[in-house]
Ligand binder design. Structure first.
Ligand SMILES: C[S@@+](CC[C@H](N)C(=O)[O-])C[C@H]1O[C@@H](n2cnc3c(N)ncnc32)[C@H](O)[C@@H]1O
Length: 388
């Protein structure tokens, strides 16, 4: 229903639950501090387990909330029809900030821009009269790229002047129909308490219960710029004032750097080795990777606090290829978990079958079979760590 990069398969959640049971943990509550599109919270809810998820990206938490929500499909379909009708006569006056308007306008022709502004105003009017704002915002968010000049399937901001974008109203209507159809055919689920909130995994202030199992996939060093990827949705929906706003606190972004002499005092030995080997090739990159590794050490410590005694944390993490060098994200995280007090560490490799035919990335981030300087990791590591 809504694209999201680096989503992981539902089977990981089922396997993690199996692993916890085999390790003698009775799982009642699950958490995902990097919940992205909400795979973990949704799958946990299917077992009737209480779960919470956190992500720094407000577009991710909108998607995650919607994934686990229960809806009146017929009521929503009627609401979507009213929005489409209203949009024909709605004003195209912008309701976003001037910074957001500046960042957005470069991605649309005047005609597309005003069609989306009318749709936005029609959604507002519908919400004022009782329409479901999350569901309508979700459908709107899902079409902001296809209705723009953003290159199709590009995971990096790339303007494509040749692209023939879809009509905003037609795309919105199709998306709403698909959502209503999916909800009406959804199996009933056991009741579970599911919470999703926007915050930084390291220092969110939300009051959450300790859990028995964490299942999560943190960002990898400088691999995706999540803030850039969701800028169109976040700006249109008023979830951020500018692109800059969205980047704040994101782990793994190339924009965040640290002073290397300070980092060297805090990094664990695996982290020091990684940063040293990058330093001679690209100092700025070494500073960004050092920031990432320090953040991941804090993540390990935070996960320890979030778990009940005896609890298990399962991380899905891939190593990165940067400047031709293998960055051992997984080895560093394993070491961080041990240093923070986890024991009983198990690590397995998972081959990414969908990447074996397209092991390269183009400059716009598309997967490619033709060789480019950027190779794609073909495997991920699953790290399972237990508290005693
Ligand atoms: C690999 S994705 C998770 C995908 C998720 N497992 C799914 O199935 O959709 C990593 C996520 O970490 C989020 N993230 C980055 N920095 C964060 C931070 N400081 N706190 C919480 N989430 C963060 C990104 O927004 C992204 O959604």
């Amino acid at each position: 229903m809504h694209s999201y990069p680096a989503r992981f398969p539902a089977s990981i959640v089922h396997n993690a639950l199996d692993h916890a049971r085999r390790s003698g943990v009775m799982v009642r509550q699950v958490a995902d501090p990097f919940c992205g599109s909400g795979t973990v919270t949704y799958e946990a809810s299917r077992y009737g387990l209480d779960a919470w998820g956190c992500d720094i990206n407000p577009v991710a938490t909108l998607i995650a909330r919607m994934k686990s929500a229960q809806f009146d499909a017929a009521g929503f379909a009627a609401s979507a029809i009213r929005v489409v009708e209203r949009s024909a006569t709605a004003s195209d006056a912008l309701t976003v900030s001037s910074n957001a308007a500046r960042d957005l306008s470069r991605w649309y022709t005047d005609e597309q821009f005003s069609a989306l502004a009318r749709l936005r105003n029609a959604i507002r009017a519908e919400v004022d009269e009782g329409g479901d704002s999350d569901a309508l915002d979700f459908a709107f968010s899902a079409i902001t790229k296809s209705a723009s000049q953003w290159r199709s399937r590009s995971t990096k901001p790339a303007y494509d002047p040749e692209k023939k974008p879809t009509s905003a109203v037609a795309a919105f209507s199709t998306r709403c129909n698909a959502m209503a159809k999916a909800w009406s055919s959804r199996d009933p689920r056991p009741s579970a308490d599911i919470r999703t909130f926007t915050g930084c995994a390291i220092n969110f202030s939300e009051d959450v219960p300790a859990v028995d199992l964490i299942i999560t996939s943190p960002p990898y060093a400088t691999s995706y710029e999540y803030a850039d990827l969701h800028q169109l949705s976040a700006l249109w929906l008023g979830l951020a004032d500018s692109r800059q706003d969205l980047r704040r606190g994101v782990i793994g972004t190339a924009c965040r750097r640290v002073n290397l002499s300070i980092a060297m005092r805090e990094l664990n030995p695996v982290g020091i080795r990684i940063v040293f080997s990058l330093f001679n090739r690209d100092r700025a990159l070494a500073e960004a990777v050092a920031a990432y590794l320090l953040d991941m050490q804090r993540v390990a410590a935070r996960c320890r606090q979030l778990l009940r005694p005896g609890g298990i944390a399962v991380f899905v993490i891939g190593n990165a290829q940067l400047r031709g060098m293998q960055v051992d994200n997984a080895g560093h995280l394993a070491r961080s978990l041990l240093e923070t007090g986890f024991d009983g560490l198990k690590i397995v490799r998972r081959n990414l079958a969908n990447k074996s035919n397209t092991p390269y990335r183009t400059p716009t981030g598309r997967l490619s079979a033709l060789p480019t300087p950027t190779t794609v990791y073909g495997e991920e590591h699953i790290i399972m760590a237990q508290l005693s």
